[in-house]
Design a protein around this ligand. Structure first.
Ligand SMILES: O=C1O[C@H](COP(=O)(O)O)[C@@H](O)[C@H](O)[C@H]1O
Length: 258
């Protein structure tokens, strides 16, 4: 398991300033890995993150980022049709991916038919098979202990209850270590059926950036304080680490109790 890296954080007065910084951070790592190895493997989450990635669609990034070298994955996904409003894939495609030149074959969504059928367990199995094939094809390396795939950057979000990806408090999925992808059918946050990268895969990433803006009264702020002040491991997001850097981008509201 990765050494726990320090929880670095930056606080931004507004969501717009956070979005500007997020674009700069992501574009910098894209340039770094595209130069070093010719590809950039990036894992998206859903909800607010896609909106906050919007500055990447503007100059200078829209023109300067080597989009054709990106390989895009999801840290979690709702098990529903790709056309469903709940789909993280649909959210990312409509709000971000369709507006830049990432090759279709470099976009790794969960199996379309399985998702439409609502078969969460099969979706998780097939997504893991997809990742294992990409390791064989040397698109994805394994982490130093050889047990988990290693992504360059994962862009995470945190829910008001401290959930990360689809790892929720008081649910067993956070303890799964013998799989790369697991599933849940009783998510406390709708929709109930989801797949998620497991914690060791999340934490094998070279870089993890967690972006949190508090739109849910001060629930996120309380969870952030519980993580940074108390290291409350009952909150899944408190388990986040990375191989090189874990960076927390917080807006003023999310950081208001720190
Ligand atoms: O349901 C989900 O929630 C988390 C956090 O999103 P938020 O809007 O509650 O901040 C998100 O990162 C994940 O991808 C999504 O499936």
């Amino acid at each position: 398991m990765a050494e726990t890296t320090q929880r670095k954080r930056e606080v931004f007065a507004t969501k717009n300033e956070l979005s500007v910084a997020l674009a700069k951070y992501t574009a910098h790592l894209s340039a770094k890995f595209c130069k070093e190895k010719g590809i950039f493997t990036v894992v998206l989450s859903g909800c607010g993150l896609i909106d906050w990635l919007g500055k990447l669609l503007e100059s200078p990034y829209k023109e300067s980022v080597e989009w054709s070298k990106w390989h895009v994955f999801w840290v979690d996904e709702r098990v529903c049709s790709h056309e469903d409003q709940n789909s993280n894939y649909k959210l990312a495609m409509d709000g971000f991916i369709s507006k830049v030149g990432i090759p279709k074959e470099n976009i790794y969504a969960i199996d379309k038919q399985c998702a439409s059928d609502g078969d969460a367990e099969r979706c998780a199995t097939l997504y893991e098979e997809c990742l294992r094939n990409l390791v064989k094809e040397k698109i994805l390396p394994l982490c130093p202990n050889g047990q988990y795939p290693q992504f360059d950057l994962q862009l995470q979000g945190m829910g008001p209850d401290g959930h990360m990806a689809s790892l929720f408090p008081e649910r067993p999925q956070i303890k799964v270590t013998d799989k790369w992808v697991t599933h849940i059918t009783d998510s406390p946050k709708p929709p109930p059926r989801r797949i998620t990268l497991t914690l060791p895969v999340i934490n094998s990433s070279l870089y993890n950036l967690m972006a949190v803006c508090d739109d849910h009264t001060d629930q996120c702020a309380r969870s952030i304080a519980d993580i940074f002040k108390n290291n409350n491991l009952a909150l899944p997001a408190a388990h986040l680490t990375a191989q090189v850097e874990q960076m927390w981008y917080l807006d003023k509201a999310a950081a208001s109790l720190l």
